[in-house]
Design a protein around this ligand. Structure first.
Ligand SMILES: [Zn+2]
Length: 265
């Protein structure tokens, strides 16, 4: 784990990268901030989490870090120990944690619950949606630490790295660490309802787009050509053919659209 700081004083804000070692976009954003060292109005902690997995360019070494919280300093796994260290390091910070996916190229935010902080900050980020994980939060960083997660784009892409940087700047502006104004936008909010399991197969296909409603009777995915058909309507979230071992992604319900304040022009 690497920890740095910009600005002086005790940080109440943290930028976190590299929870997953095969998602380099956030690390690039942190490195860029460290090079620029912008004049901040509030101190900011910068953390690169799983350096060992990043070196090996793998999601994790022993177990998924974002399912390992709160962790334990005596844990037998690298990520179990790291989760405990991160929990200590971040406990007083509102944390902005960057990820990327194989599922969706447009950035979106992920939160445990739609808190007042999430309602205030997420519409000021350049994201297309906010997802509440609800019952699917176990072991994630935000069960321990007040966190806004963002998916920055496709894993390993230059666009995801650019997005990670813009998202970080927007987060720091929205929280008053950087001067200036943010742009607010209308933000649809989704809550995860269920996993979409996938059977063991050689080839997987997905036929639907994230955040686009699937109707009852629609074929939405296939494992070795065997169609999976929706028995009720849902919104797919984090859907990908090969992103996860056991699931295609999640079904979600649409909760709300947070509307931005009307511009006074
Ligand atoms: Zn990730």
């Amino acid at each position: 784990m690497r920890v740095a700081q910009i600005g002086s004083g005790t940080p109440e804000l943290a930028i976190l990268a590299g929870i997953h070692g095969d998602e380099p976009c956030g690390v690039r954003a942190v490195e860029r901030l460290l090079e620029q060292r912008p004049a901040v109005e509030r101190p900011v902690k910068l953390v690169v989490a799983n350096e060992r997995a990043l070196e090996q360019q793998v999601r994790y070494v022993d177990e998924d870090l974002n399912r390992a919280f709160p962790g334990n300093s005596d844990a037998e796994t690298h990520e179990g120990q790291l989760a405990a260290k991160l929990t200590d390091e971040l406990e007083d910070c509102l944390t902005f944690s960057m990820h990327s996916t194989q599922s969706h190229n447009e950035p979106f935010a992920i939160v445990k619950d739609v808190t007042d902080t999430a309602r205030e900050l997420c519409p000021q980020l350049p994201v297309a949606a906010m997802v509440e994980t609800g019952n699917f939060s176990e072991g994630r960083l935000f069960t321990e630490i007040d966190t806004i997660e963002v998916e920055c784009g496709l894993q390993g892409s230059e666009t995801a790295a650019e997005n990670a940087y813009s998202l970080t700047r927007a987060f720091l502006t929205a929280t008053g660490a950087l001067p200036g104004d943010t742009v607010s936008r209308d933000l649809p909010v989704y809550r995860l309802v269920d996993c979409i399991w996938k059977d063991q197969a050689d080839t997987y296909e997905v036929f639907v787009d994230n955040f686009t409603r699937v109707e009852q009777g629609d074929s939405f995915a296939a494992a070795d050509g065997e169609m999976q058909v929706a028995d009720e309507p849902f919104y797919p979230v984090l859907m990908s053919a090969n992103g996860y071992r056991d699931v295609f992604g999640y079904t979600a319900e649409k909760l709300d659209v947070l509307s931005s304040p009307t511009a006074a022009d």
